[in-house]
Design a protein around this ligand. Structure first.
Ligand code: ATP
Ligand code: MG
Length: 335
């Protein structure tokens, strides 16, 4: 693991985002989608903190909560020891925290020229004047490995990889300390994805930024992350230093995820309910009152016992700077 300062830059405390909806117009009791449900974690300064988990587990919701794109249901977020509140103009959190989205096609305004797109956050945050936009954008383009000849072009003239570099340049324009990357390379071809990934790693090392790196791809995590946070059903299942995680995952769900990334010949034979699809929907949905009890992963878990369906395991220390929300961590029988 790279040397890191162990200073917490972002602290997320009991954060939840619940969406309420009626299944039908005759429904009296509303259902609740617990997109993010009571999660607590911290991110260190200069750390690459990877967030992984299957589709719908709440990764993007978490990213949007941290960047203020949606409002929380409950909980708190602290940035550098201060309550994160984007309305507080004095603190200017928008300058410090930026997001890069997955889809470089839809995240750039198609009607705007590249130099305007890139310099927009800097103008909005009074970092530069409007007249300085082309020069400013040109220097940012250089930083992300693009030629300044595209300054006056439009997004549709660029390839996917180039667009994502423009998206990265835009987020860098305000000199952020924390970058939230929501699947930044998943929409790109493999070779382009590797190039953009290398760029992101260079930028992180050079500017000493912290990254929250959201991805489906454990191979990327193994390559870049300092720590891994595994989510399932709006909950955190495990947070571990990456090196330890890839030696031995602590949570049974992490083990299943880990196994799914191994090449076929190395896969151990699994005969768990998980893979038989006994219950293939993550436990996100609960009633507004009297939500489901127990562990979110209980019904699919190969290691579950009676208690797991009754009580919810808290995220707790399982040794070696590792946390897992499981009553029976490191259970790998049959694996
Ligand atoms: N505006 C919304 N209204 C209702 N439900 C929502 C809303 N946004 C997200 N959800 C639900 O919250 C859950 C978490 O969604 P989210 O987009 O955070 O998942 P994700 O982990 O980013 O998935 P993916 O890997 O596919 O990007 C999903 O069940 C999703 O359907
Ligand atoms: Mg997502």
């Amino acid at each position: 693991m790279r040397q890191m300062e162990k200073e917490i830059i972002l602290n997320v405390l009991n954060l939840s985002k619940h969406y309420k909806y009626y299944k039908s117009i005759f429904d009296i009791k509303r259902d609740v989608i617990k997109a993010v449900d009571d999660i607590t974690f911290g991110v260190f300064r200069n750390e690459i903190f990877a967030v992984v988990g299957e589709t719908g587990c709440g990764k993007s919701t978490l990213a949007k909560l941290i960047t203020g794109l949606i409002s929380k249901t409950s909980g708190d977020i602290y940035y550098d020891g201060e309550l994160l509140d984007y309305k507080d103009k004095k603190k200017n959190f928008r300058k410090k925290i930026q997001i890069v989205f997955q889809d470089p096609y839809s995240s750039l305004n198609p009607k705007k020229k590249i130099y305007k797109i890139i310099s927009y956050p800097a103008v909005k945050n009074n970092i530069i004047k409007k007249k300085d936009r082309p020069d400013f954008a040109a220097s940012l383009l250089k930083n992300v490995g693009l030629d300044e000849e595209i300054l006056y072009g439009y997004p549709h003239e660029l390839s996917g990889g180039q667009r994502q570099r423009v998206g990265i340049a835009r987020s860098l324009s305000v000199g952020p300390e924390l970058l939230i990357l929501d699947e930044p390379v998943s929409a790109l071809d493999m070779s382009i994805s590797a190039q953009v990934l290398n760029l992101l790693m260079d930028l992180q090392a050079y500017d000493k930024m912290s990254y929250i790196f959201i991805t489906h791809d454990l191979k990327i995590v193994r390559h870049i992350a300092d720590r891994v946070c595994v989510m399932y059903g709006g909950k955190i299942m495990e947070i571990s230093p990456s090196a330890d995680f890839f030696k031995e995952p602590a949570h049974p769900y992490s083990t299943i995820l880990y196994n799914s990334m191994l090449p076929y010949k190395f896969k151990k034979q699994l005969n768990f309910t998980d893979l038989n699809g006994k219950n293939t929907v993550p436990g996100l949905i609960g009633k507004e009152k009297g939500a489901e009890k127990g562990c979110a992963y209980f019904k699919k878990c190969y290691a579950s016992k009676e208690i797991c369906g009754k009580n919810e395991p808290p995220l707790k220390d399982v040794g070696n700077n590792r946390m897992a929300s499981c009553f029976f961590p490191f259970t790998h029988q049959g694996l």
